[in-house]
Design a protein. Structure first.
Length: 375
């Protein structure tokens, strides 16, 4: 099995973060400032040996890649932030490209959502910090040409000479079919047989207003996918439509604030880890969308970002994760037309989803991955 965790490149300083959140801000800022919000709340999360690393340092990247390989990780799906030629957090992936001696596979997930200050906007509409103009067709060309250098890397993940191209929320792109047709032609002109298109977000999966058949695969992006599939929270079913149509209204009216409401502070939401994992293990590919990619999640706690507006999954242990992940591997072999499993996540520390070692569990989640694929 090809185990592919999501990789967040937010752990180094860059000018935009300095401007929006204060000089020196990184994802570690939220992680370090987290506090327990109720008795038994596992916060703050502390990396093993206090390793609050800097992703602008080559040695950090080398350490991460060696650690992943040592525990059976196939490669990283690295979030990529492109806003009409404006790049954010590109340094880790560009550094990986420039050091071919680092032995790790990887692919791109274009995180094509707007950036807002929603995690701080508890009493006002969120402000849009940077957004996309998806209708700019020259930008499609420029974007492909930027990504082509990665597609050509021998370490880049590919299927049948078609590099993997993950788009987080493709249903936000009005002229999606035309853009994908262009990228496919450009890929063939570059010597590939096309691209392997994968959509990722649960919001994309459960928005039925767009043509999913444009893509080769969809990711069962958990825990959100299972929650939407089994409607653990009434609001989850509304979220895909709110995200898509609020953006279209904003585009037409020239509004720079989000129209998706932000709730005022309340008691932390608590969800049962075991119940969600039982639902994940009940999932099967849709008849009309057979090529889905299963997705595991280690943990979820986004209170470092959202405080009382956050959600926490209760009852998490590495032992449970190993049991559930082992069964997901079996399910994938039996029911799915793929040998890939995505994992949330390699290093989403401010959302509680990470495989990297911490002070509480050490390497236990990584050991669970390694043991499960060796069974």
């Amino acid at each position: 099995m090809k185990i592919i965790p999501l990789y967040l490149p937010q752990f180094h300083t860059f000018p935009e973060n300095d401007e929006w959140w204060g000089k020196g801000f990184t994802e570690w800022s939220n992680v370090k400032s987290a506090t327990p919000l109720y008795e038994g709340h596992n916060q703050p999360r502390i990396p093993l040996n206090g390793n609050y690393y800097d992703l602008s340092q080559l040695e950090t990247l080398k350490w991460q890649c060696k650690l992943a390989k040592d525990y059976g990780i196939y490669g990283f799906c690295m979030y990529h932030y492109w806003f009409n030629g404006h790049l954010l957090m590109e340094k880790p992936m560009e550094m990986l490209l420039s050091h071919p001696e680092i032995d790790i596979r990887y692919c791109i997930s274009w995180a094509n959502h707007d950036w807002t200050d929603a995690w701080k906007a508890s009493d006002r509409p969120p402000r849009v910090l940077i957004s996309h103009d998806f209708d700019d067709e020259q930008d499609w060309v420029d974007h492909f040409n930027y990504m082509l250098q990665f597609f050509k890397d021998p370490r880049y993940m590919s299927e049948n000479n078609k590099p993997l191209m993950v788009i987080y929320i493709p249903n936000l792109i009005r002229k999606l079919s035309k853009m994908l047709d262009l990228w496919t032609r450009m890929a063939r002109e570059a010597g590939f047989d096309g691209l392997t298109y994968i959509y990722q977000s649960a919001a994309s999966s459960f928005d039925y207003s767009w043509d999913h058949t444009l893509f080769d695969y969809g990711v069962e992006m958990n825990p959100g996918y299972a929650n939407m599939a089994f409607q653990q929270r009434r609001s989850f079913g509304l979220f895909p439509r709110l995200m898509k149509y609020s953006r279209e209204i904003k585009r037409r009216l020239g509004i720079r604030r989000s129209l998706v409401p932000v709730s005022k502070p309340k008691e932390v939401g608590k969800i049962d880890y075991d119940a969600v994992w039982q639902n994940i293990l009940r999932l099967r590919p849709f008849v009309d969308r057979p090529k889905m990619i299963p997705c595991a999640f280690t943990d979820w706690d986004n209170t470092p970002r959202h405080k009382e507006r956050g959600y926490v999954y209760e009852g998490v242990t590495p032992e449970k994760f190993k049991k559930y992940f082992s069964q997901l591997v079996k399910n994938t072999k039996e029911y799915y037309d793929t040998d890939m499993i995505f994992v949330f996540a390699w290093n989403e520390w401010a959302e509680g989803g990470y495989l990297e070692p911490d002070e509480k569990n050490g390497y236990a989640f990584l050991e669970a991955i390694r043991d499960s694929i060796e069974l």
